[in-house]
Design a protein around this ligand. Structure first.
Ligand code: DAH
Length: 344
């Protein structure tokens, strides 16, 4: 027994010096000090009836001192590994074998989602998609669209001018004449994209916004074609019948020109901030392409007529997703964007 307690003490000391992790130390505690452990086994394995009183006392002392040694050594080793772990954590060492935190899935901006959806609808009706240029020539943004320099319509557009005389396009109509010159007639095309105006912002105005322009040039295009295409489109966009109204509207590049209004989808027509309490949202100006514009585009006017529309892509997105303030869209605020899961 005497040699056994010494052996056990040495063996425990050796094993403790190898232990690195708190769990190794706990395993040693169970192995030596547990109820079925080696020290208890040592006591159980001794036949005390063969020992003299003196020998019994001696055996008892040895076991007690072995136990005391084991408790102290294990306690000390545990403190050491915990200190080492804390130091590693402070140095930022990470356990690469642990499972990671899940990667965050991005999503498409609600305006992008609406744009992609519209592109699909129009492509299914035979329209091509052209994005045009955000930095435009004055000619395509204004002159070619029957808006000469002294025309009062230029007042409607507070333009960001560049130092070289070009500008940030104020509307996607700027791509109309470019497309006519590039593709000729017949032509079915839509022009989605960002537009810019130097104006005061509020819940429905921003300096940067999106439009979605449409142009159709063919032999027998009439106002009835405009209505048929628009009805087909809006039914698909909203997935239900919607209320619209046409008012005469003036735009230099169409004749006749119209305003297509949509009954406000946010308040159902009762009046709210978005529709400025009128119950109607100006959704889309449109009209028959003005002869001067067809001429600028090199289109044979004896054969062809065209219609055009300028859809407020930003406004449509707000309607569709019930977003009450246009400024949220460009804010980059994840509390908004997180609400639009990826659709691909
Ligand atoms: N470009 C016009 C604007 O931004 C909108 C517009 C009006 C486009 C009439 C059109 C149209 O195609 O026919 O205010």
């Amino acid at each position: 027994m005497s040699t056994n307690t010494e052996l056990l003490q040495n063996q425990l000391a050796a094993e403790l010096s190898e232990a690195r992790e708190p769990k190794d130390i706990e395993a040693l505690r169970v192995k030596y000090l547990g109820r079925q452990g080696l020290i208890a086994g040592e006591v159980r394995g001794t036949d005390f009836s063969t020992l003299s009183e003196e020998e019994k006392r001696e055996a008892g002392r040895r076991v007690s001192s072995l136990k005391a040694f084991a408790e102290a050594a294990i306690g000390e080793a545990r403190a050491k590994t915990e200190e080492r772990a804390a130091r590693a954590r402070r140095r930022g060492l990470v356990d690469l074998t642990l499972p990671g935190t899940g990667a965050r899935a991005g999503s498409l901006h609600p305006v992008t989602q609406t744009q992609m959806f519209l592109e699909d609808v129009f492509q299914s009706m035979g329209f091509r998609v052209e994005t045009g240029f955000e930095v435009e020539d004055e000619f395509y943004n204004f002159d070619a669209l029957n808006i000469p320099g002294d025309h009062p319509a230029r007042d409607m557009h507070d333009t960001f001018w560049l130092e070289d005389g070009r500008l940030l396009r104020t509307h996607t109509s700027a791509t109309q004449v470019r497309a006519m010159r590039m593709y000729g007639a017949p032509l079915r095309a839509v022009f989605p994209g960002r537009c810019f105006r130097n104006e005061a912002t509020d819940t429905s105005h921003e300096t940067t916004f999106h439009q979605f322009e449409g142009l159709m040039i063919d032999e027998d295009v009439t106002v009835a074609t405009v209505l048929a295409v628009m009805e087909a489109l809006l039914r698909q966009v909203f997935g239900r019948e919607v209320s619209v109204r046409l008012r005469p509207g003036y735009f230099p590049f169409v004749e006749p020109g119209f305003e297509l209004d949509l009954r406000c989808l946010i308040c159902g027509g009762n009046g709210c901030r978005v529709c400025k309490q009128t119950g109607w949202v100006e959704l889309m100006p449109c009209g028959m392409v003005h002869p001067n514009v067809l001429r600028a585009g090199g289109i044979d006017q004896d054969r062809y007529r065209g219609f055009a529309f300028g859809l407020g892509l930003t406004r449509l997105t707000m309607m569709n997703f019930s977003i009450p303030d246009i400024r949220l869209l460009g804010s980059g605020d994840l509390r908004l964007l997180d609400q639009f899961p990826a659709v691909l």
